[in-house]
Design a protein around this ligand. Structure first.
Ligand code: ATP
Ligand code: MG
Length: 231
């Protein structure tokens, strides 16, 4: 469903990705592992049209989208949960979830459906998002992306800074996405989480893929490449 072939991308100041190739199928969870600055976020942004692809190909469902304007890409069915739980702190949870939605009737029926997976949010719809815990804010960001009913989800370090019980909660949500046949591209620094969730993993270093395999392969090699702590 998503295929990157030899993508060179960056931000105008220089090239960050040096020939990234990867693919994600429906119902597949694919991990993007790497240290700070390895290019995980930039890889996700190159799919979304937020980082400039200088060369190479980005295909979603056989359409070449590397030259598409960023605002047209979510409509294809690509959901995005940016790094760092980007909620609007002054808006309520409900208002945060409403962003991106125009037709109130469709929104309300979907809201009930999606909130079923997020019990902690149900009682907090009128609370300002800025007063939620970090974990609850992450739930809002994920619920907001799910409301768009995407075919594929790009998750940028959704477990970052969360305590272990909430890491487990995020893992549960990713598994639910997989069960619904979403393709998931998951940028992660937690190797343990990636090993539990992912069907396949790409290890990134300095904007190139240095390791590719499954959780059943020799991940010691991956760990050495990336110097990721195993927790
Ligand atoms: N908007 C930007 N403009 C210029 N350079 C950028 C921009 N965003 C990221 N970079 C650079 O691109 C490189 C890769 O950054 P990126 O954010 O993709 O890494 P990452 O793997 O997501 O790291 P982290 O784990 O810290 O989130 C870094 O050297 C960074 O400084
Ligand atoms: Mg990042």
């Amino acid at each position: 469903m998503l295929e990157l072939v030899n993508v060179y991308a960056g931000y105008g100041t220089g090239v960050v990705l040096h020939g990234i190739s990867l693919r994600v199928k429906p119902g597949e969870v694919v991990g993007l592992l790497g240290r700070n600055g390895a290019g995980k976020t930039t890889t996700l942004k190159s799919v979304l049209g937020l980082a400039r692809a200088y060369s190479g190909s980005v295909k979603f469902e056989a359409r070449e989208i590397s030259r598409w304007p960023a605002h047209e890409i979510p409509r294809l069915g690509i959901g995005y949960v940016p790094q760092g739980r980007r909620v609007f702190p002054q808006l309520t949870v409900k208002e945060n979830l409403l962003i991106g939605w125009m037709k109130a009737s469709i929104y309300h029926s979907r809201l009930d459906q999606v909130l079923g997976s997020f019990p902690p949010l149900i009682d907090r719809l009128d609370q300002r998002a800025g007063t939620l815990s970090g974990g609850e804010q992450q739930m809002v960001a994920i619920a907001r992306a799910l409301l768009m009913q995407p075919k594929m989800m790009l998750l940028d370090e959704p477990t970052e800074g969360l305590m272990l019980s909430l890491v487990r909660e995020v893992e549960r949500l990713v598994r639910a996405m997989k069960e619904q046949q979403l393709g998931v591209l998951l940028a992660e620094q937690r190797l343990d989480t990636a090993l539990r969730l992912c069907d396949r993993i790409y290890g990134l270093e300095k904007g190139t893929v240095v390791w590719e395999g499954t959780p059943n392969d020799d991940v010691d090699d991956l760990r050495k490449h990336l110097e990721i702590r195993m927790e």
